[in-house]
Design a protein around this ligand. Sequence first.
Ligand code: SF4
Ligand code: SF4
Length: 385
Amino acid sequence: MYYRRYGRTNLTISVLTFGAMRIPFDESACSAQERAAKEANAVATIRRAAELGINHIDTARGYGNSERLVGLGLNEVGREKFYITTKIGAPAPRDEALRFIDEALKKLGVDYIDILDVHGINTREKFDAALGKNGCLKAIQAAMDAGTVRHAAFSTHGEPSLIQETINTGLFSAVSLHHFITHRRNARTVALAREKDVGVLVLSPTEKPGMLAQPTARLVDVCAPVAPLVLSHRWLLTQPGITTLAIGAADPSQFDAHLPALDGPPELTKEERDAVSRWEQAERKALGDTRCTVCYKCMPCPEDVAIPEILRLRNLGIAFDMTAFGKMRYNLLESGGDWFPGKKADKCTRCGACLPRCPEDLAIPDLLEETHELLLGEKRSRLWG
Ligand code: SF4
Ligand code: SF4
């Protein structure tokens, strides 16, 4: 394991963070025996994280019983082994947020929380609520004065401009966001975070670029001899400004596939650079002049169709046989709120407003219709919350 300074928190954290969003379970649906087994799994996963040198755990009030399970793990493995981030929802008003912080301290079984994250500054409304006179940031600042919280951070699925505005407030020491080889929309945001000394945690670096823990044969072939997951992590960890990647292990064995990404020099090797280049070229070649560059210039759509995300999924499906991943993501649309905004392709009225804005001159309504047919399936809900 190796470690980096996490922005203005000044904490030195591991480049892999244990993201504790996949250990929770529904306690009311379990027998006492099942519950004991699942708790033991959570503790074993945290123990394995410590053995690997991971010293940062990322949990949230919104991740079911995750905080309580992390508390069990800390009790067994040792509080001193980890820095703890937990989160409270951006819309929580000050008094409610203060109560949430007290409850988090109890569930985690700690005297203080290293980093309290405002969860999901995804929209202007949530920005205003969180940073307003009676917002949850006031509660975090009060807890910092009282010594029960050490640092303030935020997480976001929002537009780059909103994330940059939030960083520029100077109120946060770290940010959790999305950034991948295949989706670099936040490149300038990461550069800004670096300039402002704000630490960057990458959310879902395994699942969101295309379920890289179970890559398609096509992607494996394109990236060979480097494993797609390792290549993706190595690319992220060699980008200036990135501090750590959230690894959402559900059991102790699920860290293993990520470990080879810890080997290698500070820059990508020639073999890795070539593999990144083949990854990019394979997409261009497969899609030809129907490739969406996911630039977002076509937005906004009057019907709120999630054009760039839908066409990103089309890119992955056609270029890398990632239709299963595409179906999973596509069918989250219209059920994810501001965590996964926008509507499915069948809401397109063919008004044509997006067409002159597309630098690639794509026949957007036709591509949307085709993608809808390719990816429509059972409606899904988000993993948590
Ligand atoms: S043509 Fe369809 S996708 Fe484009 S702006 Fe109109 S409704 Fe939205
Ligand atoms: S403007 Fe064109 S290339 Fe850019 S995201 Fe929209 S459809 Fe894709």
